[in-house]
Design a protein around this ligand. Structure first.
Ligand SMILES: Nc1nc2c(c(=O)[nH]1)N[C@H]1C(S)=C(S)[C@@H](COP(=O)(O)OP(=O)(O)OC[C@H]3O[C@@H](n4cnc5c(=O)[nH]c(N)nc54)[C@H](O)[C@@H]3O)O[C@H]1N2
Ligand SMILES: Nc1nc2c(c(=O)[nH]1)N[C@H]1C(S)=C(S)[C@@H](COP(=O)(O)OP(=O)(O)OC[C@H]3O[C@@H](n4cnc5c(=O)[nH]c(N)nc54)[C@H](O)[C@@H]3O)O[C@H]1N2
Ligand code: SF4
Ligand SMILES: [Mo]
Length: 746
């Protein structure tokens, strides 16, 4: 923080998306005067998108709850925090006593990965709830990548990222960073980094059914049919292997199963996948050859490849293509970041491996994945009678009514629960059903270090931001979660949250002291505890992780090493260098090797092969999209972001519009197996014929929603159309792209 007379300037990492841009915030007293990009930020260098400056509007939003509320008939009543937690204890206990632990479900939404409280304090809540009915936004998002990483590397968290700043060839599938600013690839100014590839003579290819702004900026746009990325990638691998272009390089020395790959992919030739992908066989073969011939190349897939029925295979195929062309774990290829807060690892690697299905979901028998059941099946768990039927719900930072499949059905199911507590700042489409809402404080009153996204960053960096503004009345989100955990563990609504703070700290300290290569193995725990005792609870954990971590000062063993104090002294962040190869040390497979063809993947290749036999029928299919001024469902209450033309439109190709009698600016009726809606039509040749697109996160006109700005431009909820029936079987991930629909004039 810098003082300039009556004004002061604070630096804060933006928590709104994965890009981790540095913000420069000018204040006068407690009033925010201006927010702009921090030009001195070591990672973002001043880049910012239109959402970054709206932390001010969010902070001042009159609809952001400043105190807990409880439902009182059709009204809400503000209560004290003690009253609110007492109501939660009463409501949950009723359900536990009558129906057992599994009767309380937990849904975790996206913003819970965007702050320290979620990263640190959800685990004790999950553990003490002891429910099998845990689900999250991960199963409408990246769960396929976790599964493919788990199977390949033994660690579902080990996700390689494209080394954007050094690659010569970027193949981007189902990602639109010009709008999303990147995902599972933290890269502030993603567009600038892509343009730099082209400026240094490299090539960028974008695979997307729509000619997005990202695709338009690329050297080549491949307009694939939705849902067929796994087919395309498998065919590319097939060409590389069949034409003798494969060379796995150093990563190959740590890999098992490469010799079996040619046979496993043999069925997927460019010719056999041409129809289902909607692409010419020559183009597929050419792409494969170009990719293999480039000095360095990297494939990167996101939402469009993940939220489809072959999501896990597509995720795996992205890494497998990188691997067979020698681009896994090398500069310019796909690399594993090493975050400052991460654990040190032994150089040899190896571990317990990765499995799913330790239990099955009750109603539809889906395997548990990372302790979760598919959120697409939450409505089944609520509606179907029987032992362990879900009768209460805890939602944290989530809005599943708008963000998960068959949202209309889930909406009705949630309304019917015996009890619901939401940790959320807004009374929105989901939390309107709650009995109690516990609001987190504004981001500007919270310290921030990106525990989730530095582990996915294209460059190793660390940055800590202290709270910009004080709020003495607010209860921190870590404290909210700690108090919920104490209720769930039977210690009651009045138990001291410091119990959880200390448990977390002691648990972390023990695990770090016993970790391989620990710089603090022989230290007296009391001494370490004392050294960080001056911090607030989350910062205390952070400092411990940083100092015992791979760049840490080891509490004195390396005086130049990292600590929270050092980050505080460097408000623009610290550059920890370009990504470096990490095989085999990061592997946690039981073999200590990359397992390129784990059995579940091999088995699912059979399902993929069968899809080649099925006729490609002519029905219209629905896909999603994002816009840079929107953020899932929750930032439509910011006027400066939503003003202007309607962005919740049904995009359709002119040929389809003509055939169906639709006109630009008119309205269309769209129906699917599970629902129907009526949306404004946008005729555009930027979308592939046969495909229509609607963004998600809209549909704010439900009764009881208290978001005044959003209510004026409600849009429609695309997830009334998406279907929970079909999921990616390996990950339980929802199919949000490629949904069959019928479209007609309204
Ligand atoms: N059809 C379709 N559906 C999709 C997608 C798609 O591409 N197509 N994308 C999917 C993806 S990738 C995701 S991640 C999900 C997102 O799905 P969700 O996570 O369920 O939804 P969000 O809209 O992110 O809702 C975030 C909620 O958190 C609240 N919130 C904001 N900040 C905080 C905070 O600091 N603390 C707490 N406790 N709450 C906070 C907001 O008020 C809001 O209620 O949507 C998915 N749904
Ligand atoms: N502005 C903004 N930024 C965001 C978000 C937001 O809502 N708004 N959400 C954040 C979240 S939670 C996430 S997970 C990330 C997501 O980040 P991205 O993955 O970049 O998400 P999208 O912008 O939806 O891009 C997905 C693209 O996939 C295309 N697509 C659809 N189906 C297919 C298919 O079958 N194959 C292929 N190859 N492409 C297909 C769509 O046309 C779309 O252009 O964005 C994050 N950033
Ligand atoms: S790109 Fe993401 S991190 Fe950067 S300013 Fe925009 S919302 Fe914030
Ligand atoms: Mo997401």
């Amino acid at each position: 923080m810098t003082d300039m007379g009556h004004q002061r300037v604070a630096y804060r990492t933006c928590p709104l998306c994965e890009a981790t841009c540095g913000l420069e915030i000018t204040l006068e007293g407690d009033t925010i005067r201006r927010i702009r990009g921090d030009r001195d930020d070591v990672f973002s260098h001043g880049f910012i998108c239109p959402k970054g400056s709206t932390l001010k509007q969010l902070h001042e939003d009159p609809d952001w709850l400043r105190a807990p509320v409880v439902k009182d008939g059709d009204d809400w009543r503000e209560v004290t925090w003690d009253e609110a937690f007492a109501a939660v204890e009463e409501g949950l206990s009723r359900v536990w006593d009558a129906h057992g632990r599994n009767a309380v479900a937990l849904y975790l939404g996206n913003p819970s990965v965007h702050h320290m409280s979620g990263a640190l304090y959800l685990r004790p809540l999950i553990q003490s709830l002891g429910t099998r009915n845990l689900c999250s936004a991960s199963t409408v998002d990246q769960m396929p990548k976790h599964v493919s990483s788990g199977l390949l590397f033994g660690d579902p968290g080990a996700m390689p990222v494209p080394d954007l700043d050094r690659t010569d060839f970027l193949l981007m599938l189902g990602a639109n960073p010009w709008e999303s600013n990147g995902s599972l690839c933290t890269a502030p100014d993603f567009p600038g980094r892509v343009k730099a590839i082209q400026a240094r003579g490299g090539r960028v290819v974008v695979v997307d059914p729509r000619r997005t702004r990202t695709a338009a900026a690329a050297d080549e746009h491949v307009a694939i049919r939705p849902g067929a990325d796994a087919h395309l990638l498998l065919a590319m691998i097939q060409v590389v292997l069949a034409e003798g272009l494969a060379d796995a390089g150093p990563a190959g020395e740590h890999t098992d199963g490469l010799d079996e790959l040619p046979e496993a992919v043999a069925a997927f030739t460019p010719e056999t996948v041409a129809e289902i992908t909607g692409l010419a066989a020559e183009d597929i073969a050419r792409l494969a050859r170009e990719f293999a011939a480039a000095p360095t190349a990297v494939a990167y897939g996101r939402i469009g490849t993940h939220t489809v029925s072959f999501g896990t295979l597509a995720s795996w195929a992205v890494d497998a293509l990188n691997l067979v062309t020698g681009n896994l774990d090398r500069p310019g290829g796909a690399m594993f970041p090493l975050a400052a807060h991460s654990r040190r690892r032994s150089p040899e690697g190896g571990g317990r491996g990765f499995t799913t299905g330790r239990w099955m979901s009750r109603v539809r028998d889906f395997p548990e994945v990372r302790g979760e059941i598919p959120v697409a099946s939450l409505a089944d768990e609520i509606e179907s009678p029987g032992e362990d039927q879900v009768r209460a719900l805890v939602t944290v930072a989530g809005n599943p009514v708008l963000s998960t499949p068959d949202g209309g059905r889930l909406d009705a199911a949630i309304a019917d629960l015996d009890f619901h507590v939401a940790v959320d700042p807004y009374i929105n489409e989901t939390s309107r059903h709650a009995d109690v809402i516990l609001p987190p404080p504004s981001a500007l009153t919270r310290g921030h270090y990106d525990l989730a996204f530095y582990g996915l960053a294209v460059h190793n960096v660390a940055n800590y931001s202290p709270p910009v503004l004080a709020d003495d009345d607010a209860v921190g989100e870590h404290e909210i979660l700690a108090r919920l955990a104490l209720i769930a563990s039977g210690q009651g609504a009045t138990a001291d949250p410091a119990i959880v703070d200390d448990l977390l700290f002691d648990g972390l300290l023990t695990s770090l002291q016993t970790a391989p290569d620990s710089p603090i193995a022989d230290r007296d725990p009391a001494e370490i505890r004392e050294a960080v005792a001056h911090h607030p609870p989350e910062e205390r954990l952070l400092d411990l992780m940083l100092r015992a971590g791979p760049y840490g000062d080891g509490f004195g063993t390396d005086p130049d090493g990292l600590s929270l104090a050092k980050l505080e002294a460097n408000p623009h962040g610290i550059d920890l260098g370009a990504l470096e190869p990490r095989l085999p040390g990061l592997l946690k497979t039981t073999s200590g090797r990359v397992e390129v063809l784990a059995e579940p993947l091999r088995a699912d290749l059979g399902r993929l092969a069968a899809s080649l036999e099925a006729p490609v029928n002519g029905t219209m299919v629905l896909i999603g999209r994002r816009h840079v001024r929107s953020n899932n469902s929750w930032m439509h209450n910011v006027d400066v972001l939503v003003k202007g033309k309607d962005r919740c439109t049904l995009q359709i190709h002119p040929e389809d519009a003509d055939r169906l009698g639709l006109t630009d600016g008119g309205r269309a009726r769209v129906s699917s197996r599970v629902g129907r809606l009526n949306a404004p039509v946008e005729v555009t040749d930027s979308i592939r014929p046969g495909v229509v697109s609607l963004p998600h996160g809209w549909g704010h006109d439900l009764p009881g929603v208290q978001m005044a700005v959003a209510g004026k431009r409600p849009g429609v909820n695309v997830n009334l159309l998406t279907d929970g029936a079909e999921l990616d079987p390996l990950s339980g991930n929802a199919v949000l792209n490629g949904v069959p629909v019928e479209v007609s004039p309204a």
